[in-house]
Design a protein around this ligand. Structure first.
Ligand code: SF4
Ligand code: SF4
Length: 150
């Protein structure tokens, strides 16, 4: 008798370049950590997160307020592609794009595995909902807003 097994999920059998637009978008766990202002130490190249976010980020909803026009409105908003997704050391180590591009698995708490969009927050990976916008924090104060090393 043949034994039926579930097919492997798309992120285990497709490369990033082979994914549909919908599959690609579903990889984002909604952590919001690529929308934080980060500081990079020129000498050590260590990366530090702050509790300050991009002016277009809504920290309570963990969403970009203008996703469709984000690159026009925020020129340094990262433009991830299958080709460059593994190239940014400043991206969070938890980010699905970075992980898959570097040959790593999705974390067990990823919403695609749990079926729960809030599993990223329950795992303690999502950003704080009370971040300040970069528009409200003078540049000279950013260093004092460091929360942790990434
Ligand atoms: S860091 Fe990655 S997973 Fe998190 S919000 Fe940004 S693109 Fe999505
Ligand atoms: S423009 Fe939107 S997606 Fe890009 S960093 Fe800002 S909030 Fe995040």
């Amino acid at each position: 008798m043949a034994v039926m097994t579930d097919p492997a999920p798309f992120w285990e059998i497709k490369s990033l370049a082979e994914m549909s637009r919908e599959e690609w978008e579903s990889l984002c766990d909604g952590c919001g950590r690529c929308c934080l202002v980060v500081l990079i130490d020129d000498a050590s190249e260590d990366i530090y997160e702050t509790d300050v976010c991009c002016r277009l980020f809504d920290p309570a909803k963990r969403r970009c307020k203008d996703y469709a026009a984000r690159h026009a409105r925020v020129p340094d908003c990262v433009r991830l592609t299958p080709q460059n997704a593994g190239a940014f050391d400043w991206m969070p180590q938890t980010c699905a794009y970075r992980r898959l591009a570097r040959g790593e698995k999705l974390p067990a708490w990823h919403p695609l595995i749990t079926g729960d969009r809030e599993s990223v927050a329950k795992a303690g990976v999502a950003v704080d909902p009370f971040l300040d916008s970069e528009d409200d924090v003078p540049a000279v104060q950013i260093e004092a807003r460091i929360t942790k090393k990434r």
